[in-house]
Design a protein around this ligand. Structure first.
Ligand code: SER
Length: 342
């Protein structure tokens, strides 16, 4: 008898950590964690199984479906935006082919057990490409359909995978003689820059905010790679995790689209520095912009319009900038490094 499970790919990443800890507290989900690297020891007890391997490895995916009955997939594995620019071909393989593999797996699973498979996908503000800073300032809060001209491989990959997911959910094999739904219930969130008190992202371009904070909490100097004026939306990790879970729980009839913006708080790098300094007054934070990386941030919106998420599934952030820093980031991060980063 195969066991009904929730599959989390990229389980070792920032969102994976938050998600697995959340599921552990509830206890109602059997988690199968998949990551390229061995799963963090602290997460291991919360998972029914932890597999190390590549989402491009068909044998591994076949092994998975021979052992488990998958009812939900949180497909978090990806190469982030800065990393992807150094190895665009690999990024395309992991971010696009990897996602296609998982969509196919979801479809096969649904056919097998006869229920829809929920497929949750973290997309990103990187799908936007504002042509210049003046347009960005004028645009303010962008809607999902605005400025869909990403300039990064990662942004292109995320935008296309949203479309692939929508195809699977709504139009799969539309010309087949006997058309049957794919069974893939795809839902995506375009995340702002996420900031966690317990983990650091690897290879992203919004990383300067979490890096500033984590360096300050450890008493290490930090040179910020974007200029003080650079502005994008951010979000405290607990809100990000809650958004994924709330979108997963929404009734299909509520959803008027398959990819949603969600807003947190919009801050310039200078404002992030101000909030970090308020908590860690001795922090040494300087600005040494790296022009190409800063240029990527300039193409991302200053803020997002999340009215569709609010209307369709009741999205509302709980953390504004103040509460994110005072009520979540600063107390947790200070305690985290006092424990020696555990
Ligand atoms: N935060 C991610 C990055 O910077 C974007 O999704 O790559």
């Amino acid at each position: 008898m195969r066991k009904p499970v929730t599959l989390i790919t990229g389980a070792n990443g920032e969102i994976g950590h938050g998600l697995i800890e959340h599921f552990a507290a509830g206890g109602e989900h059997q988690i199968i964690a998949l990551d390229l690297n061995p799963l963090d020891e602290r997460l291991r007890p919360h998972c029914a199984a932890a597999l190390s391997g590549d989402i491009l490895d068909q044998n591994l995916l076949q092994r998975l479906i021979s052992e488990y009955e998958i009812h939900a997939i949180y497909h978090l594995a990806a190469l982030l935006s800065t990393r992807a620019e150094y190895t665009p071909d690999t990024a395309h393989r992991v971010n696009v082919e990897g996602t296609l593999n998982l969509l196919r797996l979801a479809h096969e699973q649904s056919r097998w057990h006869g229920h829809p498979v929920k497929f949750l996908f973290p997309s990103s503000i990187a799908v936007y490409g504002l042509p210049d800073v003046a347009t960005k300032e004028r645009a303010g809060r962008v809607r999902e359909t605005d400025f869909n001209f990403p300039t990064t491989m990662y942004g292109c990959n995320k935008l296309y995978c949203e479309q692939l997911g929508r195809y699977y959910a709504l139009h799969y094999r539309q010309l087949a003689a006997e058309r049957v739904p794919s069974g893939v219930d795809f839902r995506a969130i375009r995340f702002p820059g996420l900031i966690s008190a317990f983990t650091l992202p690897t290879g992203g371009t919004s990383d300067y905010a979490p890096e500033m904070l984590h360096h300050a909490a450890q008493g290490k100097p930090y040179a910020c790679f974007v200029p003080p004026r650079a502005r994008i939306p951010f979000m405290a990790m607990p809100d990000g995790i809650r958004a994924l879970l709330e979108l997963a729980a929404a009734q299909t009839e509520q959803l008027s689209q398959r990819a949603y913006n969600i807003g947190g708080f919009s801050l310039s790098a200078e404002e992030v520095r101000g909030l970090v300094l308020r908590a860690f007054p001795d922090a040494k934070i300087t600005f040494e912009p790296d022009a190409p990386r800063a240029a990527i941030v300039d193409t991302w919106p200053a803020d997002v319009d999340d009215n569709a998420a609010r209307r369709d599934w009741g999205w509302s952030p709980r953390y504004d900038a103040q509460r994110a820093f005072d009520g979540y980031l600063v107390p947790n991060i200070a305690a985290y490094y006092q424990r020696g980063g555990r």
